[in-house]
Design a protein around this ligand. Structure first.
Ligand code: MG
Length: 286
């Protein structure tokens, strides 16, 4: 009895990820990572130089953490401490890059990362990329935007609807940025078999209505098809920004997870022969 309860507590992830430059930008400054232990989206900050360098630095650090975590969920992982250390390391890296090259000063990125612990996630979140949970047909945002308009909503000065239409809706009050300390939200998120999680950049939810996102996320059994549908919807809405999605299903361990090769995409995925590609090979052998 006890053995079956222990067994039931361990589930696995089936994941997919996709990114698209959109219809109006020349460069994709978003990056994302998806693997059996970690999911993450980073959006290099618009209006700042070299957002692609910043999002690549963030997702490279996430991929390095993924390589250190065992795929077999050993007891004793402290995922909150791991994620806090990664976030602090990203800020130090952005500081170093800024010192080496004045053009890179003040570059920044969002980061929404979810580390899988076998029965739930530990979330680390800074900025205005978002995490959502689809459970029992309802899509609920599980991250809180670090934006000026969200602060106004919290203070009762704006409704959610007004905030979504606000001309300065993307102005951030927190981000990972050279020259400033990171203050990530770090917390636990429960999960159960049948749950589907979505991480995405604002190129998705900024232009696709919530109900259309919900319908797309609920609309296919395959995470890959959900990713493709969301990218189509965002491009269909004009694709003004870079578009990035990670979708992960929580499955009973007995279902197996199928393909478990980690994905690194967007700005972080461009250097296919670099350290990230080597990382991918190492994980595949593990
Ligand atoms: Mg964006």
């Amino acid at each position: 009895m006890r053995a079956s309860m222990v067994c039931m507590a361990h589930h696995v992830l089936r994941f997919a990820a996709g990114t698209d430059v959109g219809q109006r930008r020349k460069v994709n400054e978003d990056s994302a990572y998806a693997g059996p232990r970690l999911l993450a989206v980073a959006d290099g900050m618009g209006g700042h130089p070299h957002g692609d360098v910043a999002s690549r630095a963030a997702i490279t650090a996430i991929a390095e953490l993924a390589a250190r975590l065992s795929p077999d969920l050993p007891a004793g992982d402290d995922l909150a401490a791991d994620l806090a250390a990664v976030v602090a390391g990203i800020t130090r890296r952005l500081d170093d890059l800024g010192r080496q090259d004045a053009e890179l000063r003040r570059m920044g990125t969002t980061l929404t990362a979810m580390a899988w612990g076998g029965a739930g996630f530990t979330v680390a979140h800074v900025g205005d990329s978002r995490g959502y949970l689809l459970r029992d047909g309802a899509l609920v945002q599980i991250t809180r935007d670090h934006t000026m308009v969200q602060s106004l909503v919290d203070g009762g000065q704006l409704t959610m609807e007004e905030a979504a239409r606000h001309p300065r809706s993307s102005v951030l009050v927190r981000a990972l940025q050279s020259g400033s300390d990171a203050h990530p939200d770090i917390y636990r998120q429960d999960a159960r078999p049948g749950d589907r999680f979505l991480l995405c950049s604002d190129g998705v939810f900024g232009y696709v209505p919530h109900e259309a996102i919900r319908s797309a996320v609920a609309g296919s059994a395959e995470p890959e098809r959900v990713v493709a549908r969301l990218i189509d919807l965002a491009n269909g809405a004009g694709g003004p920004d870079n578009i990035t999605c990670v979708v992960a299903d929580v499955l009973p361990a007995s279902a197996g997870a199928g393909e478990r090769v980690p994905l690194t995409i967007g700005a972080a995925g461009r250097d296919a022969a670099g350290p990230l590609a080597r990382l991918g090979r190492r994980l595949r052998r593990a």
